[in-house]
Design a protein around this ligand. Structure first.
Ligand SMILES: Cc1cc2nc3c(=O)[nH]c(=O)nc-3n(C[C@H](O)[C@H](O)[C@H](O)COP(=O)(O)O)c2cc1C
Length: 190
Protein backbone atom coordinates (compact mmCIF):
# COMPACT_ATOMS: atom_id res chain seq x y z
CA UNK A 1 0.00 0.00 0.00
CA UNK A 2 1.37 3.39 -1.07
CA UNK A 3 0.68 5.26 2.17
CA UNK A 4 2.54 8.30 0.85
CA UNK A 5 -0.60 9.08 -1.16
CA UNK A 6 -2.85 9.04 1.93
CA UNK A 7 -3.69 12.50 3.31
CA UNK A 8 -0.80 13.46 5.65
CA UNK A 9 -3.19 14.46 8.45
CA UNK A 10 -4.68 10.96 8.40
CA UNK A 11 -1.26 9.32 8.47
CA UNK A 12 0.13 11.61 11.19
CA UNK A 13 -2.89 11.51 13.52
CA UNK A 14 -2.35 9.35 16.56
CA UNK A 15 -4.09 9.27 19.90
CA UNK A 16 -1.13 10.87 21.70
CA UNK A 17 -1.17 11.83 25.37
CA UNK A 18 1.96 13.97 25.83
CA UNK A 19 0.70 17.55 25.85
CA UNK A 20 2.78 20.68 26.22
CA UNK A 21 1.68 23.30 28.75
CA UNK A 22 1.48 25.87 25.94
CA UNK A 23 -1.94 27.44 25.45
CA UNK A 24 -3.77 27.23 22.14
CA UNK A 25 -5.12 30.46 20.68
CA UNK A 26 -8.86 30.67 20.15
CA UNK A 27 -8.27 31.39 16.43
CA UNK A 28 -6.88 27.87 16.08
CA UNK A 29 -9.59 26.24 18.17
CA UNK A 30 -12.16 28.19 16.18
CA UNK A 31 -10.89 26.68 12.91
CA UNK A 32 -11.09 23.22 14.47
CA UNK A 33 -14.70 23.87 15.42
CA UNK A 34 -15.42 25.28 11.98
CA UNK A 35 -14.09 22.01 10.52
CA UNK A 36 -16.55 20.14 12.74
CA UNK A 37 -19.42 22.34 11.58
CA UNK A 38 -18.64 21.57 7.93
CA UNK A 39 -19.06 17.80 8.32
CA UNK A 40 -21.78 16.09 6.31
CA UNK A 41 -24.92 14.89 8.08
CA UNK A 42 -28.08 13.02 7.17
CA UNK A 43 -30.39 15.44 5.31
CA UNK A 44 -28.06 18.19 6.53
CA UNK A 45 -29.63 18.04 9.98
CA UNK A 46 -26.35 18.92 11.73
CA UNK A 47 -27.17 17.12 14.98
CA UNK A 48 -23.82 17.53 16.78
CA UNK A 49 -23.40 20.07 19.58
CA UNK A 50 -19.98 20.94 20.99
CA UNK A 51 -19.05 22.24 24.39
CA UNK A 52 -15.61 23.84 24.09
CA UNK A 53 -13.78 24.19 27.42
CA UNK A 54 -10.95 26.66 26.76
CA UNK A 55 -10.21 28.31 30.10
CA UNK A 56 -11.10 29.11 33.71
CA UNK A 57 -14.07 27.43 35.35
CA UNK A 58 -15.16 25.78 32.11
CA UNK A 59 -11.85 23.94 31.79
CA UNK A 60 -11.91 22.98 35.48
CA UNK A 61 -15.45 21.63 35.10
CA UNK A 62 -14.56 19.74 31.92
CA UNK A 63 -11.59 18.12 33.65
CA UNK A 64 -13.81 17.00 36.52
CA UNK A 65 -15.80 14.86 34.09
CA UNK A 66 -12.75 12.89 32.90
CA UNK A 67 -12.31 9.36 34.17
CA UNK A 68 -9.27 8.46 36.30
CA UNK A 69 -7.56 6.57 33.47
CA UNK A 70 -7.64 9.72 31.40
CA UNK A 71 -5.62 11.70 33.99
CA UNK A 72 -3.29 12.84 31.16
CA UNK A 73 -6.13 14.72 29.41
CA UNK A 74 -6.13 17.18 32.33
CA UNK A 75 -2.86 18.49 30.85
CA UNK A 76 -4.50 19.32 27.51
CA UNK A 77 -4.84 22.98 26.52
CA UNK A 78 -8.54 22.57 25.87
CA UNK A 79 -11.29 19.97 25.90
CA UNK A 80 -14.25 19.58 23.60
CA UNK A 81 -17.31 17.50 24.45
CA UNK A 82 -19.46 16.32 21.54
CA UNK A 83 -23.13 15.80 22.34
CA UNK A 84 -26.27 15.07 20.41
CA UNK A 85 -29.79 13.71 20.75
CA UNK A 86 -31.53 11.36 18.36
CA UNK A 87 -34.39 13.76 17.63
CA UNK A 88 -31.92 16.18 16.04
CA UNK A 89 -31.11 13.83 13.17
CA UNK A 90 -32.65 11.35 10.73
CA UNK A 91 -34.73 8.71 12.44
CA UNK A 92 -35.76 6.35 9.66
CA UNK A 93 -39.01 4.34 9.78
CA UNK A 94 -37.00 1.10 9.89
CA UNK A 95 -35.36 2.21 13.14
CA UNK A 96 -32.01 3.49 11.89
CA UNK A 97 -30.81 6.59 13.72
CA UNK A 98 -27.99 8.82 12.57
CA UNK A 99 -27.26 11.34 15.31
CA UNK A 100 -24.31 9.46 16.77
CA UNK A 101 -22.89 8.56 13.35
CA UNK A 102 -23.04 12.18 12.20
CA UNK A 103 -21.50 13.39 15.44
CA UNK A 104 -18.62 10.99 14.82
CA UNK A 105 -18.08 12.42 11.34
CA UNK A 106 -17.83 15.91 12.84
CA UNK A 107 -15.40 14.73 15.51
CA UNK A 108 -13.09 13.22 12.88
CA UNK A 109 -13.10 16.55 11.02
CA UNK A 110 -11.94 18.18 14.27
CA UNK A 111 -9.14 15.67 14.70
CA UNK A 112 -7.81 16.12 11.17
CA UNK A 113 -7.96 19.92 11.35
CA UNK A 114 -6.13 19.78 14.69
CA UNK A 115 -3.33 17.71 13.14
CA UNK A 116 -3.21 20.20 10.27
CA UNK A 117 -2.71 22.95 12.88
CA UNK A 118 0.24 21.11 14.43
CA UNK A 119 -1.70 19.99 17.51
CA UNK A 120 -2.19 16.59 19.03
CA UNK A 121 -5.69 15.45 19.89
CA UNK A 122 -7.19 12.45 21.60
CA UNK A 123 -10.84 11.32 21.53
CA UNK A 124 -12.21 9.70 24.68
CA UNK A 125 -15.21 7.74 25.87
CA UNK A 126 -13.70 7.77 29.36
CA UNK A 127 -15.64 10.56 31.01
CA UNK A 128 -18.79 10.81 33.09
CA UNK A 129 -21.84 12.08 31.17
CA UNK A 130 -23.54 12.68 34.53
CA UNK A 131 -20.76 14.89 35.89
CA UNK A 132 -20.54 16.76 32.59
CA UNK A 133 -24.28 17.44 32.53
CA UNK A 134 -24.28 18.53 36.16
CA UNK A 135 -21.27 20.84 35.80
CA UNK A 136 -22.70 22.61 32.76
CA UNK A 137 -26.46 22.29 33.47
CA UNK A 138 -26.95 20.39 30.22
CA UNK A 139 -30.55 19.24 29.67
CA UNK A 140 -31.06 15.57 30.38
CA UNK A 141 -32.16 14.63 26.87
CA UNK A 142 -28.70 15.28 25.40
CA UNK A 143 -26.33 12.35 24.98
CA UNK A 144 -22.66 13.16 25.55
CA UNK A 145 -20.86 11.05 22.92
CA UNK A 146 -17.16 11.84 23.17
CA UNK A 147 -14.61 14.11 24.81
CA UNK A 148 -11.56 15.27 22.86
CA UNK A 149 -8.36 16.64 24.39
CA UNK A 150 -6.32 19.10 22.29
CA UNK A 151 -2.94 20.75 22.73
CA UNK A 152 0.56 21.18 21.41
CA UNK A 153 2.82 18.13 21.62
CA UNK A 154 5.05 17.99 24.70
CA UNK A 155 7.33 15.61 26.56
CA UNK A 156 4.62 14.13 28.79
CA UNK A 157 6.67 13.83 31.99
CA UNK A 158 3.34 13.29 33.83
CA UNK A 159 2.65 10.04 31.90
CA UNK A 160 2.74 6.64 33.59
CA UNK A 161 5.09 3.99 32.16
CA UNK A 162 2.44 2.34 30.01
CA UNK A 163 1.32 5.58 28.45
CA UNK A 164 4.88 6.80 27.94
CA UNK A 165 5.58 3.59 26.01
CA UNK A 166 2.43 4.01 23.90
CA UNK A 167 3.64 7.42 22.68
CA UNK A 168 6.30 5.56 20.66
CA UNK A 169 4.32 2.43 19.79
CA UNK A 170 3.42 1.70 16.17
CA UNK A 171 -0.18 2.13 15.08
CA UNK A 172 -2.02 -1.19 15.20
CA UNK A 173 -4.77 -2.06 12.70
CA UNK A 174 -6.46 -5.29 11.66
CA UNK A 175 -5.25 -6.60 8.29
CA UNK A 176 -6.81 -4.79 5.29
CA UNK A 177 -8.58 -7.95 4.07
CA UNK A 178 -10.21 -8.50 7.46
CA UNK A 179 -12.29 -5.32 7.25
CA UNK A 180 -12.39 -4.36 3.56
CA UNK A 181 -14.31 -6.71 1.25
CA UNK A 182 -13.82 -5.98 -2.44
CA UNK A 183 -16.88 -6.76 -4.56
CA UNK A 184 -18.16 -9.53 -2.30
CA UNK A 185 -19.01 -10.14 1.34
CA UNK A 186 -16.53 -12.47 2.96
CA UNK A 187 -18.36 -15.48 4.32
CA UNK A 188 -16.21 -15.90 7.44
CA UNK A 189 -16.06 -12.15 8.22
CA UNK A 190 -15.06 -11.70 11.86
C1 LIG B 1 -14.85 6.69 20.63
C2 LIG B 1 -13.45 6.60 21.17
C3 LIG B 1 -13.23 6.51 22.53
C4 LIG B 1 -11.94 6.47 23.03
N1 LIG B 1 -11.75 6.52 24.40
C5 LIG B 1 -10.51 6.60 24.89
C6 LIG B 1 -10.31 6.80 26.28
O1 LIG B 1 -11.25 6.99 27.06
N2 LIG B 1 -9.04 6.81 26.74
C7 LIG B 1 -7.96 6.67 25.90
O2 LIG B 1 -6.82 6.69 26.39
N3 LIG B 1 -8.11 6.53 24.57
C8 LIG B 1 -9.37 6.50 24.03
N4 LIG B 1 -9.54 6.40 22.68
C9 LIG B 1 -8.37 6.35 21.77
C10 LIG B 1 -8.20 4.97 21.14
O3 LIG B 1 -7.78 4.06 22.12
C11 LIG B 1 -7.22 5.07 19.96
O4 LIG B 1 -7.76 5.90 18.97
C12 LIG B 1 -6.93 3.68 19.39
O5 LIG B 1 -6.21 2.89 20.31
C13 LIG B 1 -6.14 3.73 18.09
O6 LIG B 1 -4.94 4.43 18.26
P1 LIG B 1 -4.57 5.63 17.27
O7 LIG B 1 -5.72 6.62 17.35
O8 LIG B 1 -3.29 6.21 17.78
O9 LIG B 1 -4.46 5.07 15.90
C14 LIG B 1 -10.82 6.45 22.14
C15 LIG B 1 -11.06 6.54 20.76
C16 LIG B 1 -12.34 6.64 20.27
C17 LIG B 1 -12.55 6.79 18.78
Amino acid sequence: MDSERILPEIVERRAFRAFSAKKVDWEIAERIMEAARRAPSCANKQPARFLVCMEGDALISGRKALSGGNYWAKEAAFLVFALTKNELDCQLPDGREYAQFDTGLAVENMLLQAVHEGLICHPMAGFSPEILKKEFSIPDEYDPIAAVAFGYPGVGDYLNDKHRELEQAPQVRKPFEETIFLNKWVENAK
